[in-house]
Design a protein around this ligand. Sequence first.
Ligand code: HEC
Length: 110
Amino acid sequence: MQSSFRKLGLGLVAFLSLSQVSLFAAAQNADATKLYHRSLAATCANCHGTDGKGVPEAGMPLINNQSSAQILASMKAYKSGAREGTIMPQLAKGYSDEQLQIIANQLGKK
Ligand code: HEC
């Protein structure tokens, strides 16, 4: 009798710590996702400046005045070749459509 109580107790402890682990993992995942989204968009900042503020005098267009939909449309056009450019066509081809969507959401005017 006593040993079955002990088993129950151990099972409960195992269950509780497992559920804590999965809660922790979920919180970490959300942080990791945010970080991933931000780092994808950070690539663009090298040329377009932080948060899409451009350096227009250096030939880098401002993109922080555009909506997510506009940015996404340009990126897809660069990727497909419908829109020409010096750098952006090659760059856009390096991203999946899903990544382009994430980047556009991240940088688009809120
Ligand atoms: C190496 C520098 C460089 C990087 C990195 C870069 N861009 Fe560009 N971007 C340019 C240049 C230069 C243009 C002008 C078109 C061309 O010559 O390709 C441009 C044009 C654009 C345009 C069109 C702007 C307009 O209104 O005409 C968008 C949108 C854009 N970039 C988005 C992005 C996004 C999103 C990223 C990150 C994935 C990015 N760019 C990364 C240099 C860069």
